[in-house]
Design a protein around this ligand. Sequence first.
Ligand code: PLP
Length: 397
Amino acid sequence: MPTISIKGKNMPESPIRKLVPYAENAKKRGIEVFHLNIGQPDIKTPEVALNAVKNNTLKVLEYSRSEGSETYRQKIANYYETYNIKVQATDIIVTTGGSEALLFAIGSITDPGDEIIIPEPFYANYNGFSTASSVTIVPVISKIENNFALPPISEFEKLITPKTKAILICNPNNPTGYLYSREEIEKLAEIVKKHDLFLIADEVYREFVYDNVQHQSVLNNFGLDNYAIVIDSVSKRYSMCGARIGCIVSKNKEVISTALKFAQARLSPPTYAQIASEAALETPQSYFDEVSVEYKKRRDLLIEELSKIEGVKVANPRGAFYCVAELPVDNADKFAQWLLEDFNLNNQTVMVAPAAGFYSTPGIGTNQVRIAYVLKTADLIQSVAILKAALIKYNSL
Ligand SMILES: Cc1ncc(COP(=O)(O)O)c(C=O)c1O
């Protein structure tokens, strides 16, 4: 019998998707499940993007260039200019989602056994991408008590070894919604320059910031041209998760020429989706204004309602569309499964993502869940009411 690789065996299951069979069974039993577990927005994709594909008269669905279509890359560079991020089309490689951008970035700068420092909790798939590249994640712990702010820089310095190749941040953060301040990025800039590390910033939620705070990109005048690698995606920005388009951006020519070799090996990003993504750049500002108002409304409501539940602790997110909540349960994994298997309130229940999968340190976050506020407000209110009733019942069993 041929055997599977150790790497394959170590590849983690998605903590977000592993409860899906239980949700499917609940639905088969006639129970309505509110999905607070995944980052699939219910917001409409801009019509300009959909129409660009609908009205297209392509005769042959060809490969594009490995680095992405020329016109699209130029327009992405123009888009960054509006955020005071000064890059050329040649600093950008179009990828199959932010996911592939992460794989290319990690593949381009690490060797097996190298280490990447990541503030935890972090986007769970960083575990998978690191395993795929035989890289070790070294977590630096951010705490719910501090609203998941960046830990002191001394905590990072303690963790740097000769094997450390990069610090990876997600800004705004999935799962915590934390938004890094200018001072925090300055501190990170100092440390990566001092120790010759890359600073990878996953900025796929750049547009989703609230409270009139400005997003700080690592490519905004921090003197990080040789150090910064930005991961980006159209998935959330335009509610185009199924397009599978993202990009990797760096002013470091060697990073881009190396990532290009990875891009050449997979030939090209999807052609139709690039057409849609290029058109999406014409989306009027009013679309983003409306989306931002909607998410802010949802966030305010969710945090207010969750805070009313006895025993629930919740950090206040300032960006993205997630929050991490600590629940009065011993094991959020078991509780999330119980919600789907054994509980309903008038034939309705909720699905949440247990937060332990967003940590790489075993035993941390076991009583936390990530909640995505991707549902309309009426459904969110109902979901929190269900969660409250469920917690009372669960704790009386
Ligand atoms: C923080 C973060 N980075 C990257 C991705 C990857 O997104 P995609 O591959 O759809 O662009 C996601 C998706 O949820 C995410 O939340």
